[in-house]
Design a protein around this ligand. Structure first.
Ligand code: LER
Ligand code: MN
Length: 271
C-alpha cells in the first residue's frame, strides 16, 4: 500500500519553494496528523536545526513517521555539490549529506539527494561528472546501510540539473556503476517536463523507484493542474510501488489548504 506524506520546510532561504507546510515543525506535524497523513518529510537547514528529542516526541504523540529528510539546504545555503571539482568542497558536500543521513537515520528516514547532485560544466565533462556523482552515491548508499534505510536519488528537470533528467537516466546511472542501496525519487513535477509520458517514466524506473513527490503539473497541490493521474496510478500499481507519495508542492493557496487538497486527492486515487 502507498503511504501519504507531506513536506515541512524549515529553510528560510527556500521561501517560495515547493514545500507545503512551513516554519513550525510542531504545528506542521500536528496539522499532518489532523488531516490524516501517514508521515512528514522534513526539509531542514542542517542536521542540528531540528531538536531531535522534540521531533521524537512529536512522532510518538501523533503516531506519524518521518518519510524522508531533504539535503537541498547544503546547496541552497552552503553552495555544496557532490560533483564540485574542488576536492575539499566535494568532501564538505559528502560530509554534509552524511550528517543528514545520521539525522534521518535516527528516525529511520532516508535522506534525499536532489540539488546536491550539481551539474556538468565546461570544466567537468558530463561523463566525469556522472562518475563523480556515482562515486558519491556509492559511498553515501553504503553509509546509509547502518540505519537500514536506502539513500534516495532524485532526477531533476533540465532547469535544475543536466546530469539525470529522466527515470531512465537514473536507472542507467545506478546500473552502469553498480550503485547499491540507492533508490530513485520520481517527482511528478520534474517528470511532467522531462518524460515522454509520466506513466512510461514510472515503468522505466520500475523496481528502482523508492519515493514519489506527489504534485500537479504546475507544481500546485495535486488536483490543481492538468496532470492526468489515472495512468500514473496504473503505472505505480504495475511496478508494485508501495512506498510514500509525498506532497512536495507550492503552499497554494496557503499551506493548510494545500495539505488538505493533497490528502483529498491522495485518498481519491490511492484509498
Ligand atoms: C527540487 O526541485 C526538488 O524537487 C526537491 O525535491 C529536491 O531538492
Ligand atoms: Mn522533488
Amino acid at each position: 500500500m502507498i503511504s501519504s506524506a507531506v513536506t515541512i520546510s524549515l529553510v528560510e532561504q527556500a521561501r517560495g519553494g515547493p514545500f507545503v507546510l512551513w516554519d513550525d515543525l510542531a504545528a506542521g506535524v500536528r496539522t499532518a496528523k489532523e488531516l490524516g497523513y501517514d508521515a512528514v518529510e522534513i526539509f531542514a537547514p542542517g542536521p542540528d536545526a531540528v531538536d531531535r528529542a522534540e521531533l521524537k516526541s512529536l512522532l510518538e504523540e501523533t503516531g506519524l513517521k518521518c518519510a524522508a529528510v531533504g539535503t537541498g539546504a547544503g546547496m541552497v545555503i552552503n553552495k555544496l555539490s557532490l560533483t564540485d571539482t574542488d576536492p575539499g568542497k566535494r568532501q564538505a558536500a559528502i560530509d554534509f549529506v552524511k550528517s543528514m543521513i545520521d539525522f534521518g537515520g535516527e528516525f529511520s528516514a532516508p535522506a534525499i539527494i536532489g540539488s546536491m547532485q550539481g551539474r556538468w560544466t565546461a570544466d567537468l565533462p558530463k561523463d566525469e561528472a556522472l562518475k563523480s556523482l556515482g562515486a558519491a552515491l556509492i559511498e553515501l548508499g553504503k553509509y546509509a546501510e547502518q540505519y537500514n534505510v536506502p539513500l534516495i536519488y532524485e532526477p531533476l528537470n533540465r532547469y535544475e540539473t543536466n546530469l539525470c533528467n529522466t527515470m531512465a537516466d537514473g536507472v542507467e546511472l545506478l546500473e552502469s556503476q553498480s550503485i547499491s542501496n540507492v533508490v530513485l525519487l520520481a517527482d511528478l513535477f520534474h517528470m511532467n517536463i522531462e518524460e515522454t509520458t509520466i506513466a512510461q517514466g514510472l515503468l522505466d524506473g520500475g523496481k528502482h523507484i523508492g519515493h514519489v513527490h506527489f504534485v500537479d503539473s504546475n507544481r500546485r497541490p495535486a488536483g490543481n493542474g492538468h496532470m492526468d493521474y489515472a495512468p500514473i496510478v496504473a503505472a505505480l500499481k504495475e511496478i508494485d510501488y508501495s512506498d510514500y507519495a509525498s506532497a512536495e508542492a507550492f503552499a497554494w493557496p496557503d499551506p493548510t489548504a494545500a495539505a488538505k487538497q493533497t490528502i483529498e486527492k491522495f485518498n481519491e486515487l490511492f484509498r
